[in-house]
Design a protein around this ligand. Structure first.
Ligand code: SF4
Ligand code: SF4
Length: 157
């Protein structure tokens, strides 16, 4: 069953601690279904995600090893991985997310930032767009939003 509550994901083994989130860019792995899948584990250059055996284990994030590089975002078939940079600037956090719609937004564009249910949370500004052809066929969009929404914003419109 799909759950949309931040608290639900915070209890999963892929979710970084509050302390780590405050330090800067880090992967937020919101994968909570026991399915046979592990590209997140194999692509990470820093061995920060472990699925191990059996392959249906939930991915576990080693938050000390994660550099927030974002390589794991586009390979996740479940669109369940994000990178959150709580320290983008004084007032804003940056959330990098997988994006499968067209047209792609443009850098500097103002967008609606959405929560896990697809509801509008706040306004956001696009700060980076990596198109699908450069990224495992999935675009990765980074949006700047007020810091207080960094645990909620997971999509854009
Ligand atoms: S963001 Fe980079 S370092 Fe962190 S888990 Fe993903 S691939 Fe590994
Ligand atoms: S790639 Fe995505 S769906 Fe597959 S185990 Fe990793 S986080 Fe879960």
């Amino acid at each position: 069953m799909k759950c949309f509550e931040e608290k639900f994901y915070r209890d999963s083994p892929g979710y970084p601690s509050e302390e780590r989130l405050r330090k800067g860019p880090v992967a937020v792995v919101e994968c909570v279904e026991e399915i046979p899948c592990n590209p997140c584990e194999t692509i990470c250059p820093f061995e920060a995600i472990t699925v191990g055996k059996p392959i249906i284990n939930l991915p576990k994030l080693d938050e000390k090893k994660c550099k927030g590089c974002g390589k794991c975002i586009a390979v996740c078939p479940g669109l369940a991985i994000f990178v959150v940079n709580h320290n983008f600037n004084k007032k804003e956090a940056a959330v990098s997310l997988p994006y499968e719609f067209l047209p792609l937004p443009k850098k500097e564009e103002k967008v609606d930032a959405l929560n896990r249910k697809g509801e509008r949370v706040c306004s956001g500004k696009i700060i980076k767009v990596i198109p699908p052809e450069k990224n495992n066929h999935t675009a990765v969009i980074t949006v700047a939003i007020p810091k207080k929404y960094s645990g909620e914003v997971r999509n854009i419109k």
